[in-house]
Design a protein around this ligand. Structure first.
Ligand SMILES: [Zn+2]
Ligand SMILES: [Zn+2]
Length: 353
């Protein structure tokens, strides 16, 4: 199990928590419970190990976030921490950050509880430069999505109370009878319009979401781009689409495409790279030249050269092994194909020949 190694890592790290707990959550010392909750909600999702595979920094951060929330969300612990700092928490046994996380998100919202109807997937588009695909990197993105209202925790109620609908008396539907002819009664049942068939109403709707239980929110994510990733692919963030108390959130699908711009003169086919290099007819005929071309890491160069007396034909192709794109999840690189284009001499010069 992947959890086992990192659980042991967790406990090892839980001991060495450092840094100000408020800073960890990015809130002020006067933050309200709700602000602390909100910060934890956003950060814990961003740094969740499931979303940051193999990223140790993110794992450590996730642990810190969990520990900070554990202390600051507890009145007594927070008061001790405010008064005595870390020392006030000595001997305190930290909970497993994964438990804190699942407990937080098991309150009937978020994408982490199973068994409810699944909501729709969400997609977002992103372009990635060829150089980024060459090197591999993490890109931070922000996506506007529907989230559970953090003011009322998805209840829609300002005071947390819901009342039985007075119109349908909690039935959710209303039964009417019409006499359509003497002795003939038609019964019609329809959903209650006061409570939309729910059977309950909220006397004091939440001010933030106006009783809708959801709100728009901007969520940060890390998108991992493998070195050598294909020209077009989907990065799936499970359970991160629009949230609703009524469903289990679908997946957020980040559709990544290699940008048609920023190619630095390279064209790509699979793991191979292609580029054209111009030579003057003098260089092509006589040889004796050297040139550096930028490698796609944008940090080093590839040397092309011909010794004196070595000529190059127009259209000649030089194949350089291991200078193509990295092989995704493998080792080595594809090939680089250089096509030489010899620039003809100026037309005026023909007369001199
Ligand atoms: Zn009703
Ligand atoms: Zn609300």
């Amino acid at each position: 199990m992947i959890w086992q190694w990192w659980l042991s890592l967790l406990y090892a790290l839980a001991v060495v928590v450092a840094g100000d707990l408020y800073e960890v959550l990015g809130v002020s010392k006067r933050a309200t419970d709700r602000e602390i909750k909100k910060a934890y909600r956003a950060l814990s999702r961003q740094y969740h190990p499931d979303k940051n595979p193999g990223n140790e920094d993110a794992h450590n951060k996730f642990i810190e976030i969990g520990n900070a929330y554990e202390v600051l969300s507890d009145k007594e612990q927070r008061a001790k921490y405010d008064r005595y700092g870390e020392a006030g928490l000595k001997g305190q046994h930290h909970q497993d950050p994964m438990d804190i996380f699942s407990h937080f998100f098991s309150g009937g919202f978020g994408g982490f509880n199973r068994g409810r109807q699944r909501g729709p997937d969400a997609t977002t588009e992103m372009y990635v430069s060829l150089s980024d695909i060459y090197k591999g990197r993490v890109i931070e993105i922000n996506v506007d999505l529907q989230g559970i209202c953090d003011e009322c925790d998805g209840s829609g109620s300002a005071d947390g109370k819901t009342d039985t609908c007075p119109k349908c008396r909690g039935q959710g539907s209303i039964l009417t009878e019409h006499q359509i002819a003497p002795g003939i009664v038609q019964r019609v049942q329809y959903p209650c319009d006061k409570c939309n068939g729910k059977g309950s109403v909220i006397a004091h709707p939440c001010k933030q979401c106006k009783g809708s239980r959801v709100m728009r929110e901007r969520r940060p994510y890390n998108v991992f781009i493998d070195a050598g990733a294909p020209r077009s692919w989907n990065y799936v963030l499970e359970g991160e689409a629009d949230q609703s108390p009524d469903w289990q959130a679908g997946d957020l699908i980040v559709h990544l495409t290699q940008s048609p711009k920023d190619h630095y003169g390279y064209r790509r086919r699979g793991a191979n790279l292609f580029r054209k290099e111009m030579l003057s007819s003098k260089q092509a005929q006589n040889g004796g030249w050297q040139r550096e071309i930028t490698r796609l890491d944008l940090d080093s160069t590839i040397t092309l050269s011909r010794k004196k007396g070595v000529s190059v034909q127009n259209g000649e192709i030089e194949v350089i092994e291991d200078e193509g794109m990295p092989i995704q999840n493998g080792s080595g690189h594809g090939k680089l194909y250089i096509e030489y284009v010899v620039i003809p001499q100026h037309s005026g010069s023909h007369d001199e020949l």
